[in-house]
Ligand binder design. Sequence first.
Ligand SMILES: [Fe+2]
Ligand SMILES: [Fe+2]
Length: 307
Amino acid sequence: MAKSRVDLLTELAPDVERLYNRHLEAPRLWFPHEQINWGEGESFNERPWSPEDYPLGEGVRSSIYVNLLTEDNLPYYTSSILAHAPVGHPIHDWSCQWTMEENRHSMVMRDWVHISRCINPTLLEEGRRVQMAKGEVPHPATFADLIAYVSFQERATQIAHRNTGAKLPKDDKIGRNVLGLIAGDETKHYLFYRDLTLAAFAIDPSAMMIAVSKQVSTFAMPGTGIPSFTRHAVRIAKEGIYGLGQYLGDVLNPVLGIWDVEHLKGLNKEAESARLDLVNVKAKIAESVERMAHKASLIKSSLTPTR
Ligand SMILES: [Fe+2]
Ligand SMILES: [Fe+2]
């Protein structure tokens, strides 16, 4: 029989403590204010923003916009996470540490965005107002759902920030550094949740298999509250920053591989059927990725001039 939420949380307490200590033993002490060249800033009132201020592909601009707004939505993520983190349990302390670290992402990113003029600040603020007034974030139903979801989410944000940084002009050393620092934090968050989920698999494999299967089939980059999110998501995928290919290759494959979901033993009937669903969903995603790559290669070859 699957263990209740309280049981799983209680049994995981030593693992939470172990992983939280591991996190603290390798501190990443960086200061948002030290990353920015403040002297480069100019008044937007005196010189309004124009795209020529910082020439950039539209997919990269969309990615900076969506990633920063996602970081802005932190209060709602914290509230969703704290709903499963009772005071007195180490997961509560971890969740506060996590919030403290996440909070600097939107600070430093916005400073860089405003000083470098890489995206339209008016559009950004309008997006923030619309998104934050809605407060739309996922609310995983159980603790098992939560840690499975956040593992994928942290890995996905790590990849999105990393790939965005790689698309910035080589001479924007500050922008590359800022996105690299954020991606580094996301990596550590991912490692915490990935290994906590691994420990949870050892305690209650059936409950975790059901939770992971559910999260994989419903996972999407957060952003439903962001104005024109679908249009931005298409541009970001087209730019090769984050799309179905990255979801499969950089998120699902490595994470599910470490949890070894395909060979897990001791599952109940419901969990076995969840595993089957998971394998099928992954195969469908792989088919779509292959189809898209084939289509792209056909378009490419039709555009290549023949001699
Ligand atoms: Fe973040
Ligand atoms: Fe994170």
